[in-house]
Design a protein around this ligand. Structure first.
Ligand code: SF4
Length: 430
């Protein structure tokens, strides 16, 4: 969602005549689009903001703006810690950023604009896509779930879906502009439509998008396990365009911890959903988010997490150490886990998941797989890099004119995080 918002900020300012600078050092306006979901991200942001103090002194005309979730939550703290900040704008105030910048240019007064209610959907703002072939498409913003560790409902507000017709019209425009792959975005895409149609219309939306000519790949993130219904699994199973990749955050394996987290499913419910996914969608890849060290997590609870990882056999996982986010219920719980215990569990979890990721990638060696070629590899200029429908990165030697084409790649090597292969066939896009 932050990437999408950054593209809208860039598009909005380009429309007002601003140009993207080659580097932060060349920029006359610096905009931070912040994330507060992890403590580490917030600390890094404050470090980066502080690093601009001397430069602002030497270049008083430099404009520094802060948006996103940290801005929404910590307006006073930002001005207190970094009085050299010119603009603080909330997650719903992005549409007005151009005016705020102009006001600072004219009056050089610091500005803070934070509203709690959304007035303009960010999707209606002009965008500036980072990649020609791919677009982020928010379908629902906000979240009604209130997991006890999560700050998102407090910074992004309650669920608000876009009408199906608006989304279809946007995707048609994007496809006409060269987009072949979209990622549907939402804190919980599975509950798409509940606020406006009284029940989830996510499966129906997927099937409507499938009909758009010229669109090749449909991805979505994130799914809440309690809301991943059979019709959604069925839509993916029966589709040529919806990619066989489901990101299904489990967070923890112990029922007691899941309950304290307010996740509204049990380990057994979750594993049953996983079983259904594997049975219905051959070759699907499954990824997840897992947290260790949630308040009250005993060794036995943690062993349930390892058990889920063994049973679900994720292709990869984002693994985190719990960090209390001020303003959430979990931050106030008194049975916090000591740092060394959390670190030990984290290491054990990562080791297990890495083993499984490698095993799953090794199963693909020798297979011919469809890859959308994205770019020249950043690490090796002789290699191209692309993605499978299952969202795995594949590197292979090939000519640069293959970029933005589809190819069949024969997989020759498996690594934990990526695959290597050789070009077998170039596919035409129509
Ligand atoms: S469903 Fe996701 S965004 Fe919503 S509260 Fe839970 S973790 Fe946060």
């Amino acid at each position: 969602m932050n990437k999408h918002d950054s593209e809208r900020v860039a598009g909005l300012l380009r429309e007002r005549g601003y140009m993207q600078a080659g580097s932060p050092e060349d920029a006359q306006i610096i905009i931070f689009n912040t994330c507060t979901v992890r403590e580490h991200a917030e600390e890094r942001f404050f470090g980066n903001l502080n690093n601009l103090r001397a430069r602002k002194k030497a270049e008083p005309e430099l404009i520094i703006a802060v948006g996103g979730c940290v801005a929404q939550k910590e307006r006073e703290l930002i001005f207190k810690k970094a009085p050299h900040t010119d603009i603080v704008f909330g997650t719903h105030n992005m549409p007005n950023l151009g005016h705020m910048i102009e006001s600072v240019e004219q009056g050089r007064q610091a500005i803070c604009e934070i509203t709690d209610a959304i007035e303009v959907m960010p999707t209606t703002l002009p965008g500036m896509r980072e990649e020609k072939h791919h677009a982020w498409v928010p379908i629902i913003i906000g979240c009604n779930n209130f997991c006890t560790y999560c700050i998102v409902p407090h910074t992004r507000g309650r669920e608000l879906s876009r009408p199906v017709e608006d989304i279809l019209a946007e995707v048609e425009r994007l496809v006409a502009d060269g987009v072949v792959e979209i990622t549907l975005l939402g804190q919980n895409v599975n509950s798409y439509g509940r606020d406006i149609y009284k029940k989830s219309k996510f499966a129906r939306l997927l099937l409507e998008l499938e009909k758009i000519k010229g669109l090749r790949r449909i991805r979505f993130t994130t799914s809440h396990p309690k809301d991943l219904t059979d019709d959604i699994i069925g839509a993916i199973a029966g589709s040529n365009k919806i990619c066989e990749h489901i990101h299904l955050p489990v967070q923890a394996g112990s029922n007691a911890i899941l309950k304290t987290m307010n996740r509204k499913y049990t380990k057994e419910d979750y594993l049953k959903t996983v079983e259904k996914i594997y049975a219905a969608i051959p070759g699907v890849s499954l990824t997840t988010d897992i947290m260790v060290g949630f308040p009250g997590e005993a060794e036995e609870d943690f062993l349930h997490t390892l058990d889920v990882v063994e049973k679900a056999r994720y292709d990869s996982a984002f693994t985190f150490i719990f960090s209390p986010r001020e303003g959430t219920l979990a931050a106030k719980m008194d049975n916090q886990i000591p740092a060394p215990v959390k670190a030990d569990r984290f290491d054990r979890l990562v080791k297990l998941q890495n083993r499984i990721s490698l095993e799953k990638n090794m199963e693909l060696v020798g297979r011919d797989i469809e890859v959308f070629v994205e770019a020249v590899s950043k690490k090796n200029r002789d290699m191209l890099t692309g993605r499978t429908r299952t969202n795995k990165v594949v590197n292979f030697p090939g000519p640069a004119d293959l970029i933005h084409k589809e190819a069949i790649i024969n997989i020759t090597e498996a690594h934990t995080w990526f695959l290597k292969g050789k070009l077998k066939e170039v596919l035409s896009l129509n």
